[in-house]
Design a protein around this ligand. Structure first.
Ligand code: GRF
Length: 219
């Protein structure tokens, strides 16, 4: 297995609180993750994640989607902005925009996302409520490569939590977020170490096809 020590260049995209971004920043600070986060981009100027990035000394940019007449024009400007940093990895960390096919194609194999469900269950929004409504015994989050299918790219790692009988959206979301903060830095670290690559529609992990995602279960 290759041992890579040089940090890879990365850019993160956010829209909100940025707790996953914080987990990534912390993992880098603790030398658990070999990436150089060159820029954090938000489509919302009031995203608290921008403050987190600034506090860590990371360059921030805001690109307001409302300033563009359509999704294609926004994505074109976004690609230009991202590519200015020449990243080896683009990290979607709560970026609440549907991406157009040209953008997804452009970053294929070097764009990761975290989704708050055990994919392929509950793609899209309101996943915690939907897990409760479906009486799921388990819920969680998934890190995956981004492909054209929304929340449908090859799965890398899942964090699994039990759904408790007295859970509501907030209690469940809190436990899922805690496990997100473990699995996202882990997946990024595998990518940074070149242990994880996308080949066609499959994840290759340590030279082997990853037919099912790695799973971490909350105690
Ligand atoms: C997380 O639930 C993540 O799974 C989803 O968006 C949320 C982002 O939370 N993609 P935060 O901004 O990282 O706190």
């Amino acid at each position: 297995m290759p041992q890579v020590t040089t940090p890879i260049r990365a850019v993160a995209l956010i829209s909100g609180g940025g707790s996953n971004l914080q987990a990534i920043i912390d993992a880098v600070a603790h030398h658990e993750l070999a990436i150089e986060l060159d820029c954090v981009i938000s489509n919302r100027a009031d995203a608290y994640g921008l403050v987190r990035a600034q506090q860590a000394g990371i360059t921030t940019k805001t690109l307001d989607h409302k300033a563009f007449s359509n999704r294609e024009a926004f994505d074109e400007a976004l690609m230009t902005l991202i590519d200015g940093f020449n990243p080896q990895l683009v990290i979607l960390a709560g970026f609440m925009r549907i991406l157009t096919a040209p953008l997804v194609k452009h970053y294929r194999g070097r764009m990761l996302n975290i989704h708050p469900s055990l994919l392929p269950k509950h793609t899209g929004l309101n996943t915690h409520q939907r897990a409760i409504d479906a009486k799921d015994a388990f819920h969680g989050a998934t890190v995956h490569f981004v492909t054209e299918e929304l929340d449908g790219g090859p799965l890398i790692i899942q964090g699994k939590v039990a759904v408790l009988s007295d859970d509501n959206v907030d209690t469940l979301a809190e436990r899922v977020l805690s496990i997100e903060h473990i699995i996202y830095p882990q997946a990024i670290s595998w990518f940074a170490q070149q242990r994880l690559i996308l080949s066609g529609d499959r994840c290759i992990f340590d030279g082997q096809a990853l037919n099912t995602p790695r799973i971490i279960e909350a105690l």
